[in-house]
Design a protein around this ligand. Sequence first.
Ligand SMILES: [Zn+2]
Length: 400
Amino acid sequence: MTQNLLIRNARPLGGAPVDLVIRDGRFSPPGDQPPAEVIDAAGFIALPGLVEAHTHLDKTLIGMDWYENRVGPTRNDRILADREAKRDLGIDARRQSARQVLQTLKYGVLHIRSHVDVDTEIGTANIEGVIETREAVRDLVDVQIVAFPQSGMLPRAGTLDLMDTAMRAGADIVGGIDPATIDRDPVRHLDEIFALAERYGKPIDIHLHEPGDLGAFCLELIVERTRALAMQGRVMVSHAYCLGMLDPARQRALIEAMAAENISVMTVGSPAAPALPLRLMRECGLTTASGSDGIQGTWEPWGNGDMVERAKYLAQRNGMTNDADLAETMRICTVGGAEGIGLSGYGFAEGDFGDLVLVPARTLAEAVALTPQKRTVIRRGRMLVRDGEQVADLSGRFSL
Ligand SMILES: [Zn+2]
């Protein structure tokens, strides 16, 4: 149930301590009659909800038997193993997505963008499963669904039609993947997904792992199409490893071109991939978000979905240790994510949604470095988690 709350002595995004008031699910001015319900934030950090800007809710194996990973090292090995697992392990996208959403809610993840597989074996079954979860958790967590052609789109006849079906079924965003190395026809791949996005009036989010000049070429094609179709602010490129592999002049030119079209970038800070130039991206005004990618799946066995921990990984991957840099990684996992996935009403201004995550730390850098777990999570004025323990009764809502 939504409560009116007074939260005393909280540090919004690491700023000076203030009192915050939530009325009718939104941040409000203090008024003459402060709410009777008072929470002492003890000078801790307040975040307006952690943003998971890139994960795969339909494929996590959380709560299932341990998956013995015998998968080879290439991306194609992994795609094949992934398809096999969907067939053989009976992964239920509805149940698995609900498990991950509930697990990460405890950390304060209140907004999730998930890529969800569409392919010629499973059709749109995973999309339908995650849509069920999206609706079941609507009052707890925002879930955005990307129709994602994981196994490739053009080489597997029928996939593009299934993408269209997924959009009609209620997917929120059009996905794409490696236009050159998987689909082997970058111009056509991008033309098709931009056409689909235009047809349904939806944003685009494309996985781009392609390296160096090849990746840069694809990024240039994305910039051209974003400009031509006036899709500024509605295109995200996930991974964009190539940005970390170019000579300085080309790197800067490309980042500036993307920033000019308000294209955002999502990076997970993977230790196995090139690091992105986070400082330069910030200097050029390129919106940067982060995500966990797959959690406990066939691609990678680890991950827990905690976006404070993700901020730490970003800092580590970029060799960052000073407080200002650590604060920036936290900004990427909150405000950057919110901008990247197009949230509105996100923040602590009057009228913004009354969402708040208290992290027991005095500065953003301390929170990133120590990733404290005993967090308090409030959604639209409703206490869901207090000091790391779930307090809202969510039983009966899910069959897990
Ligand atoms: Zn991904």
